[in-house]
Design a protein around this ligand. Structure first.
Ligand SMILES: *[C@@H]1O[C@H](CO)[C@@H](O)[C@H](O)[C@H]1NC(C)=O
Ligand SMILES: *[C@@H]1O[C@H](CO)[C@@H](O)[C@H](O)[C@H]1NC(C)=O
Ligand SMILES: *[C@@H]1O[C@H](CO)[C@@H](O)[C@H](O)[C@H]1NC(C)=O
Ligand SMILES: *[C@@H]1O[C@H](CO)[C@@H](O)[C@H](O)[C@H]1NC(C)=O
Ligand SMILES: *[C@@H]1O[C@H](CO)[C@@H](O)[C@H](O)[C@H]1NC(C)=O
Ligand SMILES: *[C@@H]1O[C@H](CO)[C@@H](O)[C@H](O)[C@H]1NC(C)=O
Length: 807
């Protein structure tokens, strides 16, 4: 009985997974662009960890820091290496490091972590140098990189531990860094290395096991009405002190210091007098522990008040797979720091401290404020002049009471699936003269998600696979002027254009892509980069917010493909969609078909199970895509299924047909697809080919399960499939349609490639764009397919049954 139970669970899940595939619209990336060899890539054999980058437009190079190497690559084509310097650890250093218990080949090497511009020719470089961080100056003159060999102490500027996150920033000649200052990594510090070095107080109320992720500079003194100073903002996560919780909770923070800070005279000597921090709020739609900030990008605006920080968050619990993007305006952060209330520690029991809102009197000048007109009026021109009362207050209470709210009240994007790791943001001028904000978000499995928010509606234009293997993207850089994105991972660096409009080969596809970088040019009949069209000709069209294709020329009608029906066989009619958001609707004559005991509809086509004479007829596959509440419907493929008349089915000459020997009593699959050269079917993509094969396998397995269960429960009667026993697990498409969500939440095939990857033996095979002639024989190698499906079930299946009921 337990075997039965296990079987029913596995099969139930499998049916759920397979039918869940119908449920993949809405906030899935509209297009999935699989790995292409055309992308410009850089890596050197034997060198790994390409995780530090510095763009030097002025020198025409991208500086790339890796393990024990620094490269100067052509900024327009990073596969061209202009120069390299190697910075290996000495044997002595490596020995010292291993004596201290670190791994010789992993930790006791030199990982380049810091690359900053100093002046026109010089850079500042730091590496972990076998747990003994060291910095140096480096020049790029007449095409050659050269280290100066100065070997400065890097403690506090660069982490000891190559696995530790850190952040640093060069402002003028001052290096701001946030990292650990000791070997054990237990003493965190926010440090300014300059003539007047300043650091944070070593107290857990200032920093409690932090994980630093990002730093940036905002020139707030410009045009300031109250004589305020410039600031350096820092993003990190740390142990929460403000929550009463049975276990440690991590929270995300933004902190800031003033550029002109000089520390205090007696109190806070050589320490920041302006270190203030606040919690970053990014609440997910479902209850969860606060998400953890992973990376931040500052989208600068001429008016610094309108500059916006975009932050990616990952879930705190490894059980959750929900990442998010939240945006924070500089003015909102500033308001919290400049006007918000403080938190203060209160002893509750002898050993326990609770942080609550401070309601007492706040000294003047305001603690943590930069030296501004208020202070100057009081005769205090420097932080050294600040009174002890102000300094003592801020030394003990660096945390603000209020959290910084996200700009839009909630996350801009919520995404289930592969975790988001890095973000860069571009501001794009579209044909309508408006600017749109496009986010490029790197993921844990080597993809970049290109997303845009149209009036509150999140839209993922496409996801692009940058690395052949699913490696986490460890750094992303954007050159807005060049229209290029640079991504780094453990295994290499890749350059990607911000858009490739030629991917959209029809007007409809170009418009439905809603890519602000692309427009349909009627004069050339091409989807072209808006940039190349300036000044905008009247013959070009975009419809970003609406996705309105009514001005596109009518596509040519699709010609019917003739196909021979062989009774008793399973017939697969393929139909490839050009968008992940589109759904297939099959019609037989004018009757809409639904998945049931006879038909199995999956994203790559239709499976007719155990075909009989009565199945002859005209089958039409429509692609139905919802864009901004509008339905776009277009016929993609038409098949005319005719009964075979000749005695020998093998002689069939019907194009795109494969006929297997049908005298065997078990059902076989016969596949039909429009011919590749058939102009009526432009949308055949290699990625969908792979998914298709998987889904057919799932479909057949589902059938197999149904059969098996049917037999076991003795409800097999007269050759009919008794699938309705499992009705509670099944989902009808109409049910899922009602679940349209504004945020990108319910993405059940969030990650097509990982599913394909799970296919095991299948995955190594190159996928041709037209996988027409594959007859899937589920009897033969069912096991191959079965194992990976069980994996998928255990990964996702249970998960999303729960999710559905939670909605
Ligand atoms: C650039 O900075 C380096 C290091 O501080 C210095 O030695 C060099 O003279 C500077 N060069 C210029 C052109 O300012
Ligand atoms: C460096 O890359 C290797 C893979 O080549 C990876 O295993 C390791 O974790 C990376 N180290 C760091 C510090 O990222
Ligand atoms: C502060 O600066 C003002 C004008 O720059 C000057 O008049 C004043 O004496 C300074 N005060 C102190 C305490 O240095
Ligand atoms: C753009 O897409 C086209 C069509 O898919 C492809 O051939 C081309 O290589 C791509 N260009 C770049 C720069 O990736
Ligand atoms: C799509 O269009 C065809 C023909 O124009 C029509 O028969 C079919 O019902 C439409 N489908 C949907 C889902 O609107
Ligand atoms: C089909 O299979 C039968 C026996 O399995 C065999 O006799 C026959 O020759 C086969 N026909 C074709 C067309 O392969």
């Amino acid at each position: 009985m337990s075997l039965l139970k296990a079987l029913s669970i596995v099969c139930g899940l499998m049916l759920h997974v397979s039918l869940g595939a119908l449920n993949t619209h809405y906030c899935a990336p509209r297009k999935t662009v699989p790995y292409q060899n055309e992308l410009k890539m850089f890596r050197e054999e034997g060198i790994s960890n390409y995780s530090t980058m510095l763009m030097r437009d002025d020198l025409g190079v991208l500086l790339l820091g890796a393990r024990e190497a620094i490269y100067a690559l052509d900024i327009d084509d990073i596969s061209v290496r202009k120069s390299v310097v190697y910075q290996r650890v000495t044997e002595e250093k490596q020995r010292e490091c291993t004596y201290k218990g670190k791994h010789a080949e992993v930790e006791c090497r030199n990982y380049i972590r810091t690359l900053h511009r100093v002046n026109d020719t010089a850079m500042y470089v730091c590496g972990t140098n076998a747990f003994s961080p060291t910095c140096d100056y480096m020049t790029f003159v007449s095409g050659q990189l050269k280290l100066q060999g100065k070997q400065e102490e890097g403690k506090g500027k660069c982490p000891f531990d190559p696995f530790q996150r850190y952040s640093s920033l060069m402002v003028g000649n001052d290096l701001y860094s946030a990292t650990s200052i000791n070997f054990l990594g237990s003493e965190p510090v926010v440090l300014r290395s300059s003539n007047l070095a300043l650091r944070t107080e070593f107290k857990s109320s200032w920093l409690s096991e932090p994980n630093f992720v990002y730093m940036d500079f905002v020139g707030e003194s410009f045009d300031s009405s109250d004589g305020d100073d410039d600031k350096v903002y820092l993003f990190f996560s740390e142990n929460a002190m403000e929550y009463d919780f049975y276990s440690k909770v991590t929270v995300s923070r933004v902190a800031r210091v003033c550029k002109g800070d000089m520390g205090g005279q007696r109190t806070l000597q050589r320490k920041w007098t302006s270190f203030l921090k606040a919690r970053l709020d990014c609440s997910l739609p479902e209850p969860s522990l606060p998400p953890i900030v992973q990376d931040v990008f500052l989208l600068k605006h001429e008016d610094w008040r309108k500059s916006v920080f975009y932050a990616v968050f990952k879930p705190q619990s490894s059980l959750s797979q929900v990442s998010a993007v939240c945006a924070y305006s500089v003015s909102d952060i500033r308001n919290v720091f400049n006007e918000g209330k403080f938190k203060t520690p209160v002893a509750v029991e002898t050993s326990h401290v609770k942080w609550v809102m401070y309601t007492g009197e706040v000294p003047v000048p305001r603690p943590g404020a930069c030296v501004n007109d208020v202070a100057r009026k009081m005769g205090m021109n420097r932080s050294l002049d600040l009174p002890d009362k102000t300094l003592q207050f801020i030394r003990d209470r660096p945390l603000m009471d209020e959290a910084v709210p996200p700009l839009t009240g909630g996350p801009l994007l919520v995404k289930r699936g592969a975790l988001l790791t890095r973000i860069v943001v571009d501001s794009v001028l579209a044909l309508d003269g408006q600017r749109y904000t496009v986010m490029f978000i790197g993921t844990e499995n080597g993809f970049v998600q290109k997303a845009v928010n149209y009036a509150g509606e999140m839209f993922i234009i496409e996801e692009i696979q940058l690395f052949e293997n699913p490696e986490p993207i460890s750094i992303l850089r954007l050159s807005s002027t060049k229209g290029l994105l640079y991504a780094g991972s453990d295994f290499g660096a890749v350059q990607m254009p911000v858009s490739n409009c030629s991917r959209y080969d029809t007007c409809v596809d170009c418009i439905l892509a809603r890519d602000p970088y692309c427009a349909w040019d009627f004069s050339t009949g091409r989807c072209s980069s808006v940039h190349s069209l300036t000044p905008a000709p009247i013959t070009a069209m975009q419809s970003l917010k609406e996705g309105d294709v009514s001005r596109c020329p009518q596509p040519d009608p699709v010609a019917a493909v003739d196909f021979t029906l062989v009774p008793q066989n399973n017939i697969q009619l393929s139909c490839q969609l050009h968008s992940n958001l589109a759904q297939l609707v099959w019609r037989l004559s004018d009757q809409t078909l639904h998945s049931n005991h006879k038909y199995y509809i999956y994203s790559g086509g239709l499976l007719i199970l155990g075909a009989s004479e009565s199945d002859a007829g005209l089958y039409t596959c429509d692609s139905v895509e919802q864009i901004n509440g509008r339905t776009y419907n277009r016929t993609v493929a038409v098949y005319r299924l005719q009964l075979c008349s000749g005695p020998r089915v093998g002689d069939s000459t019907t194009p795109g047909t494969e006929v297997t020997n049908s005298s065997d009593s078990s059902p076989r699959v016969i596949t039909a697809a429009p011919r590749p050269e058939d102009p009526s079917s432009p949308e055949t993509h290699s990625d969908t080919g792979r998914v298709t094969r998987l889904e057919v396998a799932v479909g057949l397995l589902s059938v197999f399960c149904l059969t098996l269960m049917g037999v076991i429960f003795g409800i097999w009667s007269g050759g009919r499939w008794a699938c309705f026993r499992f009705a509670p697990v099944l989902q009808s498409p109409s049910e899922s349609e009602g679940k349209r969500q504004p945020a990108c939440e319910y993405m059940h095939i969030q990650n097509r490639t990982s599913e394909v990857k799970l296919l095991g033996p299948e995955s190594g095979r190159p996928c041709t764009a037209n996988n027409n002639h594959t007859a899937v024989d589920f009897k033969g190698n069912g096991e191959h397919h079965f194992t990976p499906m069980a994996n998928i079930s255990s990964l996702d299946g249970l998960g999303y049954i729960n999710d559905e009921s939670e909605i």
